[in-house]
Design a protein around this ligand. Structure first.
Ligand code: PRP
Length: 217
């Protein structure tokens, strides 16, 4: 049995065509079903639906053999663990593409604040990524950890800026925020538990190869 962990939402939707190309069809609809283990047309492949930030943890500890998760989540997880966390990352699936950026209110002069060496209050759920980014620029920051709706923080004076994912830019625009720095491009990655790969190399290799040939050009 191969167990694949992934999260609901964009990554799930964009993974379905890849699974299909790999010959795997999900028999339950995760948006309708309350089941957390989804069966597929392949008796030896099942899916776990977990929180996005939990995917690396499931794969690291062998609760799942394989996982699909964003580079953002993997980096943040790896930095907390001081390394790859025992995860083998064979593939960039080129799906759920977006970027991590710094954004601030349109009337906040971020460039001047940085130039003057001001201490910035930055709200984010990507504390490790933000810490490393601002340290590399020599910018002093007080990081405020949030778990969602980061865009609110500058609007209510909780922070001067945020570090968050930007895809279409619509959320920033709707909240009168602008991107002031691009930190990195993001896409989803396939991750594999190294012990699973050693114990069960054939079906896992087959799955990696099937995904590799299904990646959008
Ligand atoms: C992400 C991110 C932004 C939004 C950006 O949130 O945190 O809020 O998407 O997308 P856009 O540029 O296309 O508007 P998501 O919906 O994934 O939920 P989250 O707050 O749980 O991260």
């Amino acid at each position: 049995m191969i167990t694949l962990a992934l999260s609901k939402g964009r990554i799930f939707e964009e993974t379905l065509p890849l699974l299909k190309a790999a010959g795997i069809e999900v028999l339950d609809d995760p948006e309708k079903s309350r089941k957390l283990i989804l069966t597929t047309n392949q008796p030896d492949v099942r899916l776990l639906v977990v929180r996005a930030t939990d995917v690396p943890t499931y794969v690291q500890y062998g609760g799942a053999d394989v996982g699909i998760t964003g580079k953002d989540t993997l980096l943040e997880h790896g930095m907390e663990w001081g390394g790859s966390g025992g995860l083998y990352q064979p593939l960039d699936l080129q799906i759920a593409k977006c970027r991590i950026s710094v954004a601030a209110k349109a009337d906040f002069d971020y460039a001047s604040a940085v130039k003057q060496g001001s201490r910035l209050k930055v709200a984010t759920k990507y504390v490790a990524i933000a810490r490393e980014f601002f340290a590399s620029k020599g910018v002093h920051v007080d990081l405020i950890k949030l778990y969602g709706s980061m865009e609110l923080a500058p609007l209510v004076g909780l922070a001067d800026a945020i570090v968050d994912l930007v895809s279409t830019g619509n959320t920033l625009k709707a909240n009168n925020l602008v991107e002031v720095e691009h930190i990195m491009d993001i896409s989803s990655r396939l991750v594999v538990n190294q012990a699973s790969l050693k114990l069960n190399p054939e079906p896992i290799r087959r799955m990696i190869n099937a995904f590799a040939s299904a990646i959008p050009a």
